[in-house]
Design a protein around this ligand. Structure first.
Ligand SMILES: Nc1nc2c(ncn2[C@@H]2O[C@H](COP(=O)(O)OP(=O)(O)OP(=O)(O)O)[C@@H](O)[C@H]2O)c(=O)[nH]1
Ligand SMILES: [Mg+2]
Length: 375
């Protein structure tokens, strides 16, 4: 029976990196054929899906909405991955990152009984963000309302994984795991670095040999605190074509790096933050030989380069995904201004081929044609 796991976790905690690490570990140790279903909100042009595919793993995107709200489509995609040979499938949930126990696991148990072997529902935690709810109550420049999410995500999980242990010393990692264990004494806790590979095999061994409890947990889904947290979040996705006017070979690593910095400055001056800003560009969609991927997990951090371009180009199509703690419109303006300014600096022509922006709670963001009218 095909094994299936969903991972939740805060924006930028490392869900995509972890799923890639799990898949590589499973495939490398010949424990199965692992695949990834990359879920995100928005119509398309999703960095996570492009990056996962670029990592050489059997991947399908599932976009538009959270997998919590598209059961038939989810099952269909899982079957497509099975048809492509997969017997272990990972997917993540976007947005607030809660509710998948009821909406995915329990629905699969109910409607597709015996079809999928549900691995433990995982929550991935990163050492920086969890400081918001630890005794130190660190102010990391994110809205207070988001604390609810960090708590609810861990409360819902069958297993909690502290990721990015390479970024803290051992005593800090132990302090965090102790904190998690005391808050959720019935939930197993692991430590790992998805990026460096430390601890990944232990987590893989655990999830392949244990199942989900698959039981409803009361985590305040739909509560006032939930709505308040969701209200803080907005999404912005765009794809822009950047073209050098003089057909020179340009170092686009520098161009995109400058766009990151301009967005940082713009958000700082307008008082917003971006818990995860991701950019992706590739030489060719068909035969990908060179690509760029970088992340910024907030205006106070350094840009993290997953990969830089090996070659210079005269033009490039750039995908920008921002998961913001700022008004969606403000974020769109900040990105627009950044792209404009950098285009002028490098004497480039820009064309926007795709753009969408919405608040998590915004009416009309779905594609089901919901219309509003004045009463
Ligand atoms: N140092 C370090 N960085 C990591 C690790 N895992 C992920 N990252 C980095 O953290 C950033 C976010 O990682 P992602 O895997 O994209 O996080 P995510 O949870 O999928 O983010 P969203 O899907 O936007 O919510 C990227 O820059 C990663 O390279 C890790 O183990 N160590
Ligand atoms: Mg991701």
């Amino acid at each position: 029976m095909t094994k299936y796991m969903v991972t939740s976790g805060f924006l930028g905690a490392g869900k995509t990196t972890a799923m890639i690490a799990f898949a590589r570990n499973i495939n490398g140790r010949r424990l199965g054929h692992a695949a990834i279903l990359a879920n995100d909100l928005g119509a398309g042009n999703i960095v996570d899906a492009e990056f996962t595919a670029a990592a050489g793993i059997t991947t399908l995107p599932i976009s538009g909405n959270c997998i919590c709200y598209q059961h038939e489509n989810l099952v269909d995609k899982l079957h497509q991955l099975e048809a492509a040979g997969a017997d272990v499938i990972f997917s993540d949930i976007p947005g607030c990152g809660i509710g998948a126990m009821d909406h995915v696991y329990l629905e699969l148990e109910d409607k597709e009984k015996g079809e999928f072997d549900l691995m433990p529902f995982m929550c991935i935690v990163d050492p920086e963000r969890i400081r918001m709810i630890m005794p130190e109550r660190a102010d990391i420049n994110l809205p207070e309302e988001m604390k609810f999410l960090l708590d609810a995500q861990m409360a819902e999980a069958d297993v909690i994984v502290l990721n990015k242990t390479d970024t803290v010393d051992e005593s800090k990692a132990d302090e965090i795991t102790e904190f998690i264990r005391s808050a959720y004494p019935d939930t197993p806790v692991f430590k790992m670095s998805a990026m460096m590979g430390m601890g990944v095999s232990d987590v893989v061994d655990y999830i392949l040999s244990n199942g989900s409890k698959a039981e409803h947990k009361e985590i305040g889904y739909g509560s006032e605190a939930f709505v308040a947290a969701e209200n803080q979040l907005s999404w912005f996705n765009t794809r822009v074509y950047l073209q050098q006017r003089e057909d020179k070979n340009l170092d686009f690593n520098q161009v995109i790096g400058d766009i990151f910095e301009m967005i940082r400055e713009g958000l700082k001056s307008k008082g917003g933050n971006v818990p995860h800003l991701k950019m992706f560009a590739a030489d060719s969609q068909e035969e990908l030989t060179d690509f760029f991927k970088a992340s910024l997990i907030g205006v106070d951090y350094d840009v993290e380069y997953g990969r830089k371009l090996d070659r210079k180009y005269s033009a490039l199509s750039l995908i920008i995904n921002a998961r913001c703690a700022a008004d969606a419109q403000v974020m769109a303006e900040v990105v627009d201004d950044a792209v404009d300014e950098v285009s002028q600096k490098y004497n480039m022509k820009t064309r926007t081929f795709f753009m969408e922006t919405f608040g998590m709670m915004e009416e009309g963001k779905g594609n089901i044609g919901k219309a509003s009218r004045y009463e």
